[in-house]
Design a protein around this ligand. Sequence first.
Ligand SMILES: *[C@@H]1O[C@H](CO)[C@@H](O)[C@H](O)[C@H]1NC(C)=O
Ligand SMILES: *[C@@H]1O[C@H](CO)[C@@H](O)[C@H](O)[C@H]1NC(C)=O
Ligand SMILES: *[C@@H]1O[C@H](CO)[C@@H](O)[C@H](O)[C@H]1NC(C)=O
Ligand SMILES: *[C@@H]1O[C@H](CO)[C@@H](O)[C@H](O)[C@H]1NC(C)=O
Ligand SMILES: *[C@@H]1O[C@H](CO)[C@@H](O)[C@H](O)[C@H]1NC(C)=O
Ligand SMILES: *[C@@H]1O[C@H](CO)[C@@H](O)[C@H](O)[C@H]1NC(C)=O
Ligand SMILES: *[C@@H]1O[C@H](CO)[C@@H](O)[C@H](O)[C@H]1NC(C)=O
Length: 420
Amino acid sequence: MKAQAVLSVFFTLIPPLCGSQDASFLASFNHLSMNEQIVTGRLGEDVILPCLFESGPDVVIHWKNQDTNVYSYYKDSDQLEKQDPRYVNRISLFHGEIHNGNASLFFRRLTLQDEGIYVCYVGTSLGKITKKVVLKVGAFVTPVMKYEKNTTNSFLICNVLSVFPYPIITWKVDNRPISENNGKEVGSLGPFHINSRVNITGSNSSYQCAIENPLLKQTWTGRWTMKDVLHKMESENVLLLCKPENSFFPPNQDFTVTWSRVESGSSLLLAYFKNSSQETLINQSRLSWKEELTNSRDFSLTLKDLRLSDSGEYLCSISSNESTSLTIQTLHVEASPRAPARIIVPVLVALVVAVLLLSVAPRAVRSKRCIGFRKERHPPTNQNSSSAGTTENVALSEYVPNTRSEDRSLQHNKNIRNIL
Ligand SMILES: *[C@@H]1O[C@H](CO)[C@@H](O)[C@H](O)[C@H]1NC(C)=O
Ligand SMILES: *[C@@H]1O[C@H](CO)[C@@H](O)[C@H](O)[C@H]1NC(C)=O
Ligand SMILES: *[C@@H]1O[C@H](CO)[C@@H](O)[C@H](O)[C@H]1NC(C)=O
Ligand SMILES: *[C@@H]1O[C@H](CO)[C@@H](O)[C@H](O)[C@H]1NC(C)=O
Ligand SMILES: *[C@@H]1O[C@H](CO)[C@@H](O)[C@H](O)[C@H]1NC(C)=O
Ligand SMILES: *[C@@H]1O[C@H](CO)[C@@H](O)[C@H](O)[C@H]1NC(C)=O
Ligand SMILES: *[C@@H]1O[C@H](CO)[C@@H](O)[C@H](O)[C@H]1NC(C)=O
C-alpha cells in the first residue's frame, strides 16, 4: 500500500518534469540551430555583441532581448522611439561598419540585469538573417587577504567586495585542503560580497585561500606564512625579511608592497611601495628599505635602534590583481644594560664588597678573640654554673661570670704584665 502510494506520487510528478526537460532541450536545440554565440562581459564594463551579415542595400537591423526592443536601425538611421528605457544611451551600432555587413552592438556599462539572450535580425534586399547572442555578466573585484588578531585568536579573512556568479572558495593548510569556514555572504541575487575566515591554529603552517570565478576564468590566491621569531637586544638593529620567491610574480604585473605592524584589533601602516608609480612611503625615521627598490625583488626593512616597545608582529603584504602574499615576522626585543651601566655597575659592586669587607673583617677578628677568651674561661664558668638548677640559669650564669672573667682575665693579663 505504502509503496503504491509513493509510486503514484512519483508518476504524477514525472510528467511535468519530463515536459519541462523536453521544452528546455528543444529550446537549447533551437539556440544551437540559430548560430548561438556566448559573450561574457564584466560588470560595469563594455562589451560587443557580434552580428555579421552579407552586406546589401536597404539594411534593416533589429536587436531584441526577449520581446523588448534593444535597438532598431533602418532607412539609413537609428530608430530609437521604441527603445526600452534601460538601454538608453548605453547602446550603439558601429555606423561606419554597417555597409561592410557588421551589425554588432556596442554595449556600455554592463549590469547583471543585462544578462540574457539577444537576437539580431538583419534584412537587406538580398535576404534575411537571425543571430543569437547569449550575454553573461561576471564580476570579480580583486579580493584581499587580511590577517587579524584579538587577544585570544589569530585569523585570516579572504574578502571579495563584489563577485558574480558565486565563486569557488578553497582553503589549504600546508597544501592540504580544509573545509571552507563559514563563508559569509551579502547580496542574495548578486553581486556577492564574501568574507571567508579561518582560525590560525598552527603558526608554523602555511595557509592559502583561492577564489575562483568560473565564468570569468579568473582565480585569485592569498597566501600566509610566518617566519621564525627574531630575538634582539635593545638598541640593536633588525632586518625584517620580505623576499618573495621569484616564481611568485607573473611577469609584467603591477604590485603593491605594504609593511604594517599588527596589534590586537588593529594594524598600523609602516611602509609602502607601489611598483607601477614607484611611489614609496616610510612612516618612521628608524625604518629603511634594505635596498634600492627599482627592479628589486627584496622588500626587507631595516629597523634601527630597537626599543622594547618594538616587540610585536610585523606583516609584509605583496599584492597584485592575481594574488596576495602575507609574511609575518615576530620580533622580541629584550632589555640590555646600557653601555655606561656596564662600567658603573661592576665598580659599584666592587665598592660595596670592599666596604662590606672592611666593616666585617675587624668584627670577625674581635668575635674570634671573644670566643678565645670564653674558651679560656670555660672551666671557671662551669664551676659557677654547677650549682644552678635550670639551663636558663646556666646560660645567664655563663654570661655573667664570662664578663667578669674577661675583666678578671684583663686583670690577670695586667698582673702578668706587671710581673713581667
Ligand atoms: C564590427 O566592427 C567593430 C568596430 O570596428 C569591431 O570592433 C568588430 O570587431 C567588428 N566585427 C564584429 C564581428 O563585431
Ligand atoms: C577573538 O576572535 C574569535 C574569533 O572570531 C572570537 O570567537 C573571540 O570571541 C574573540 N575574542 C575576543 C577577546 O574578542
Ligand atoms: C575560531 O575560534 C573561535 C574560538 O577559539 C571560535 O569561536 C570560532 O568559531 C572559530 N572560527 C572559525 C572560523 O573556526
Ligand atoms: C616548525 O617548522 C620547523 C621547520 O619546518 C620545525 O623544525 C619545527 O619543529 C616546527 N615546529 C612546530 C611546533 O611544529
Ligand atoms: C612592475 O613590475 C612588473 C613585473 O616585474 C614590471 O614588468 C613592471 O615594469 C614594473 N612596473 C614598473 C613601473 O616598474
Ligand atoms: C591585472 O593587472 C594587469 C597589469 O597590471 C592587467 O593587464 C590585467 O588586466 C589585470 N587583471 C585584472 C583582472 O584586473
Ligand atoms: C605612521 O605612524 C604613526 C605613529 O607612529 C601613525 O600615527 C600614523 O598614522 C602612521 N602613518 C600612516 C600613514 O599610517
